[in-house]
Design a protein around this ligand. Structure first.
Ligand code: S3P
Length: 425
């Protein structure tokens, strides 16, 4: 896929449904009694993997034109899958599902593609083992494939070493099957979609600071879930509109949950002109329209508690930083090394290849912005967020940028390139 300096982006756009919320809608819908209807479900490869896994465990999931219908069978209604469950590229599916499977009365195996088989699973094996669960890495190296032998679980308090919603959600979901209360404390608060959705399905769950606590054996009741647009997908359009002179975009119906809105805070600190309009709550999640205008940007510091609130936006934020005046420091972002690719390394490599001034650090990078960027041939490393972030870079840089293996955007945004094209006016 090739990109050159773009003419202004103008008009209105709706990005696809939130990936995290779509996954959780299928999972909780499957464990609930009655039917759950999910509208604006993200039809990306990751969420389709979640659907396939639950279908393999006996859940009837159908599609109408406007919604996904999940015919839940209750907390104890899953049946043993006849073969290994395949999560594809999806970390959320593997880690959240591990928590659910640990408390079942059957055994199962989980695997996925080459990328997911390199990502650390000890972060879920460790807490589940503390709960009395039996989760084994089949090759004994803490990586998938995993074999999960369902067992009765003990409630516990888990002090998580990482601020990860996947770890937190895994433990909370296992806690539904435990013999007592289960709580998780994390260093900084990560996205809280599991907590919000569990509450709306009828679970007893509370949150205080960075601790979430769930009571076992709830009766979950099927719900109507309206998935807001994914702020992580909106991020590429926000960045493109900010960088391309003359642009003005209205991105409608975007989830702005405060545990996800770090990109808006960072953009504001960089001097971006973004108006938050029509803010309201839908199914417990905050939603708004974002009016974004081309802006001149300055450097900033991105660190600490902000990091989990923009973890998936760091590739595109690093692109913004390269075009901003002054220095941007990204710290505390070591989690980026274990995403779909080693994003820290690839961000540094690709930005440098485009002529940016970037210095890697242990847990982030220092970007001295304002040098003119030029195109090049950049591989996606089959990481959807790398492909989309550098597509935006290519639309603001001189010359031609080619993204190779660009189809990986199917993971979270199958129509990404088409939607970009439609806005060129
Ligand atoms: C996700 C949590 C984040 C994020 C991922 C989706 C989720 O991962 O990067 O894309 O849906 O819970 P971590 O929890 O590992 O940070």
């Amino acid at each position: 896929m090739k990109f050159t300096k773009s003419i202004p982006l103008k008009g209105e756009l709706r990005v696809p449904g939130d990936k995290s919320i779509s996954h959780r809608g299928v999972m909780l819908g499957s464990l609930a009694q009655g039917t759950t209807a999910v509208t604006n479900f993200l039809e990306g490869a990751d969420c389709l993997s979640t659907i396939n896994c639950f279908r393999s465990m006996g859940i009837d999931i159908s599609r109408t034109e406007k919604e996904i219908l999940i015919h839940g069978k209750g907390l104890h209604g899953l049946s043993a899958p006849s073969s290994c469950l395949d999560v594809g590229n999806s970390g959320t599916t593997m880690r959240l599902l591990s928590g659910i499977l640990a408390g079942q009365r059957f055994s199962s195996e989980l695997t996925g593609d080459a990328s997911i088989r390199k990502r650390p699973m000890t972060r879920v094996i460790a807490p589940l083992s503390l709960m009395g669960g039996c989760v084994e890495s089949l090759s004994g190296n803490g990586l998938a494939p995993l074999r999960i032998t369902g067992r009765p679980l003990k409630g516990m308090h888990y002090q998580s070493p990482v601020s990860s919603a996947q770890v937190k959600s895994c433990v909370l979901l296992a806690g539904l099957y435990a013999d007592g209360q289960t709580s998780v404390t994390e260093p900084f608060l990560s996205r809280n979609h599991s907590e919000l959705m569990l509450r709306s399905f009828g679970a007893k769950i509370s949150s205080k600071g960075t601790t979430a606590t769930v009571e076992p054996e709830p009766i979950l009741i099927g719900q109507k879930v309206e998935v807001p647009g994914d702020i992580s997908s909106a991020a590429y359009f926000i960045a493109a509109a900010l960088l391309i002179p003359g642009s003005e975009l209205l991105i409608q119906n975007v989830g702005i949950n405060p545990t996800r809105d770090g990109i808006l805070k960072v953009c504001a600190s960089m001097g971006a002109k973004i108006e938050i309009l029509n803010s309201h709550t839908c199914c417990g999640e905050e939603v708004a329209d974002l009016l974004v205008r081309h802006s001149s940007l300055k450097g900033t510091v991105i660190e600490g508690a902000l990091i989990p609130t923009l973890i998936d936006e760091l590739p595109v934020l690093s692109v913004l930083a390269a075009f901003a005046e002054g220095t941007t420091i990204i710290r505390d972002a070591q989690e980026l090394k274990v995403k779909e690719s080693n994003r820290l390394d690839i961000m540094v490599h690709h930005l440098t290849a485009m002529g940016a001034d970037v210095e890697p650090t242990e847990d982030g990078m220092i970007i001295t912005g304002g040098k003119p960027l030029h195109g090049g041939v950049l591989d996606s490393y089959l990481d959807h967020r790398i492909a989309m972030a550098f597509a935006v870079a290519g639309m603001a840089a001189e010359g031609e940028t080619e993204i190779t293996r660009a189809d990986c955007v199917d993971i979270s945004y199958p129509d990404f390139y088409k939607d970009l094209e439609k806005l060129k006016k």
